[in-house]
Design a protein around this ligand. Structure first.
Ligand code: ADP
Ligand code: ADP
Length: 228
């Protein structure tokens, strides 16, 4: 398996119940996975643990042969090869589109950086927007910059937290299809979190339903329909 998540357990300090209780998931290369669940079910916690923003109490996470976390290992977030798109996009407001995208590319040579900038802008169809500031972009465009920034360092895995929640209903419809095309074109393995079944059905190769920190269902979108 490309990404292997085994029996992750985690509780927030002072919480009465565990946020995640033996959460496991195996992901193939290039798959788009949706984690679907109600508010408070543990979706964001899965992403935070994968990204290395919290330390699990137990379990194991590996991407191919590289262990990110187990009882002996805790790989620092910047060494995990994971890109993240936050719910509010978290673009740096005082930086242009190009500067935002360069941010994660500090190890690259200048010519290489410029080439990569053009590649990711082409991918999200924002060529010519390098000098704009985030406030000069629509919500949908800001989201695409956030995706371009996350993809620029060529991560193994892309995580997206509620990628549609800040967009109005009409735009959501359009962006769902755009995002599906971007993810397929980039050939990136990705996990996105949503509370909206429609997002999951349109975008995901497989859906993981989560309830109270436990997996409730794993299957293809068409299998989920049979459950009802
Ligand atoms: P979701 O993303 O599905 O809304 P979360 O992963 O954010 O769910 O939360 C899972 C559980 O952990 C919930 O019960 C939530 O109240 C709790 N929780 C989340 N963040 C914190 C925190 N910083 N401190 C304490 N409890 C938290
Ligand atoms: P979208 O199709 O992504 O919703 P909009 O309809 O919101 O785009 O925006 C249309 C055009 O107006 C876009 O090219 C966008 O860059 C531009 N635009 C939107 N908001 C601003 C702004 N605050 N300042 C400058 N240009 C803007």
């Amino acid at each position: 398996m490309f990404v292997s998540i085994e029996n992750l357990c985690f509780s927030y300090p002072n919480a009465k119940t565990a946020a995640l209780d033996n959460f496991s998931l195996q992901i193939e290369k290039g798959e788009v996975i949706s984690i679907l669940g109600r508010s408070g079910s543990g979706k964001s916690t899965v992403l935070r643990l994968l990204a290395g923003l919290e330390m699990p109490a137990a379990g194991k996470v590996a991407i191919q042969e590289q262990v990110l976390f187990d009882d002996r290992t805790f790989l620092q977030p910047e060494k995990r090869g994971i890109g993240m798109v936050f719910q509010d996009y978290a673009l740096f407001p005082h930086m242009t589109v190009a500067e935002n995208i360069f941010f994660g590319l500090f190890r690259m040579k200048k010519a290489e950086k410029k080439k990569r900038l053009q590649e990711v802008l082409e991918l999200v169809e924002l060529e010519g927007y390098e000098k704009r500031y985030p406030h000069q972009l629509s919500g949908g465009q800001q989201q695409r910059v956030a995706i371009a920034r996350a993809l620029a360092p060529n991560p193994h895995l892309l995580l997206l937290d509620e990628p549609f929640s800040n967009l109005d209903a009409e735009l959501q419809e359009k962006i769902r299809k755009e995002l599906r095309d971007i993810l397929k074109k980039a050939d990136i393995t990705s996990i996105f979190v949503t509370h909206d079944e429609k997002d999951a059905h349109i975008l995901a190769d497989r859906i993981v339903k989560i309830k109270d920190g436990c997996t409730d269902f794993i299957g293809r979108p068409c299998d989920l329909l049979d459950v009802y």
